[in-house]
Design a protein around this ligand. Sequence first.
Ligand SMILES: Cc1c2[nH]c(c1CCC(=O)O)Cc1[nH]c(c(CCC(=O)O)c1C)Cc1[nH]c(c(CCC(=O)O)c1C)Cc1[nH]c(c(C)c1CCC(=O)O)C2
Length: 349
Amino acid sequence: MNREVLNVVAGKFLDVLKGKTVFPPPIWMMRQAGRYLPEYRETRKQAGGFLDLCYDPDLAVEVTLQPIRRFGFDAAILFSDILVVPHALGRDLRFEEGAGPLMTPILERDIDGLDGSSFHERLAPVYEAVRRLRHELPAETALIGFCGAPWTIATYMVAGRGTPDQAPARLFGYRSPEAFARLLDVIAAWSAEYLIRQIETGVDAVQIFDSWAGILDEASFDRWCVRPVAEIVRRVKKKHPQVPIIGFPKGAGALLSGYRQATGVTALGLDWTVPLEHARRLQKEGAVQGNLDPLRLVAGGRALSEGVEAILRVLGSGPLIFNLGHGITPDTPLEHVEAMIRQVRDARA
Ligand SMILES: Cc1c2[nH]c(c1CCC(=O)O)Cc1[nH]c(c(CCC(=O)O)c1C)Cc1[nH]c(c(CCC(=O)O)c1C)Cc1[nH]c(c(C)c1CCC(=O)O)C2
């Protein structure tokens, strides 16, 4: 079956991205393939390291499919990590149990040495996983590809690890604005290539994760978040104007208002701090995705049902993709995920 045919059937999720209202809304969860699933923990044990999982197409396909088999979500998200992009540009990357990602911090003099000469070769296992997934997924399940936004990728490259406030990257950007702009440009250009290749091997839509967008002042947000994402969108749309792009500038708050227009993204991913009435205004310009607090899902009970109900009540009459406001956490009980899906799917307008 060719991709055009598959796209037509890949369902509710793509309809909403085109701006249609579908109720009950399609649903998937950020980090839906992950440690809250016993089958993921089992596969992860066999794989050895987390990166071995990302670069082994058999295993990446398997863990991508696990939440689809168990819960029948409307979309699958390719199993990989945003940091494979700097890794493919020659930066080292390790994941240590409990410590998250670790890299050698990039210095100003390293930026011009970023080497994309074997970029696609290094990411070949990811493209192979996409190709296989498109054939193994049910036709009505959309496949989402992704990359990190340049700012969020740069925060890890500069600090060499996760930090609570991204002080190293902010200081780098203030002290060496030209070098930092070059770094963001390189990441944006290769991220666009990466998304284009994912699209050409079979993903139906892509999401750009800017997990650290919420820590910047207005001018820096514009320079380091909006502009590089707009550049990725421009390059991807030039080749594939029809493929929807979801932007997720987590924590952007008041700066969300102009984001869709300024970047050109099709849909807005919203974290749980975005007031629902504000989300409703943003929904007038196109689809929104979100935005349940992942800890409501950990707590279950009334905290969960009230959170789900409010989102459906306020945003259900417009183009909505039901999701969490950030990734599901490893301590989330499976029964709570089942209860959330049931509540969304049984909802009546
Ligand atoms: C910032 C970021 C990263 N990776 C990602 C982001 C942006 C989204 C966000 O803010 O969460 C994106 C990501 N990471 C992963 C996916 C896979 C697809 C999915 O959502 O299911 C996606 C889309 C798998 C993963 N990426 C990671 C895991 C857990 C690793 C493991 O299995 O041991 C998974 C399933 C590791 C990772 N990867 C990263 C961190 C900071 C960590 C450590 C934190 C943690 O352990 O949760 C970088």
